[in-house]
Design a protein around this ligand. Sequence first.
Ligand code: SAM
Ligand code: SF4
Length: 328
Amino acid sequence: MLKDKFGRVHDYLRISLTERCNLRCTYCMPADGIELRPKSHFMTQHEVFAIASEFVRHGVKKIRLTGGEPLVRKDAREIIEALAGLPVELAITTNGILVDEFIDTFKTAGINAINVSLDSLQKAKFNQITRRDYFDRIIANINLLLHSGFHVKLNAVLIKGVNDDELIDFIELTKHQKLHYRFIEFMPFNGNSWNWEKGLSYKEIMTQIGARYGSRIERLADAKNDTAKNFRISDYKGTFAVITSVTNPFCDSCNRIRLTADGKLKNCLFSGTETDLLSAFRRGEYIEQLILDSIWDKKAQRGGLNSFDQFSNALYHNQNRAMVAIGG
Ligand code: SAM
Ligand code: SF4
């Protein structure tokens, strides 16, 4: 088992398939983009499978593919098909642009739940946030997923003066559709000009929702290791949740680890340090001990940023990567 010194067991691996993306979301991608590196710096399809298999041998039960945009990778289909052969629950987080080309692959791979980012229901605003023009295609693909029977979770990072005025519209989408909307507190990463004044806290989000729905808000049970606090408006078909990574972190029950597209193990989303599995793997070395040591050394909370002052200090989060290069 992948246990750390605090007794937390890690059985959920998020694999970034690429740092590339067909969107440029302002909260995720630095305005100048990120440094492009040669293909040889990144895991091949076979390396993804071999390294993922090592984690599965050590108790990983769930793998989520992410990025960057995982579906822009030319061999995304082959990677999904190969990973589907492992005894894990396979999931994916995508911006939705290419989803229509992958419906059959998801089905044969047994992927039932798909997370799609949707930060605005207004085309002009969505295109402004993502700095590209794919709104209609993404909406069509979300509908396709719903009609094809997938369990769809939509993600929105709430930012003041940008999309906080749409909170009630997002929730109204759950009235007739069986989807789950998740509101994510804006997190600091290298190059995303983070400033907590811009973010909406769990408290602010629930105050706005409370003012509108009052006693019709039902608190739902959270799943084990869930990072979200889950709710429903009574009689609505869908549900919603808040991911409180900033104001109310869930480090005590964290079971997540991340493998970046260039083969580095990050034992925490916020850790400034990484373990280079890919280079060791390419030298023909056993990567097992590297993995065990990295997990054991995981810090108690937020990669060792113990106070909110440290967490919000650019000096620290600029030692981390941009989110697009981590795999959220
Ligand atoms: N391209 C895919 C997508 O957009 O869903 C997968 C990768 S994206 C990095 C994964 C998730 O990270 C998205 O839901 C996105 O909203 C979230 N994310 C990116 N930057 C963030 C930030 N600064 N704070 C909070 N969430 C962020
Ligand atoms: Fe791309 Fe997803 Fe980041 Fe947006 S949030 S830039 S879609 S990786």
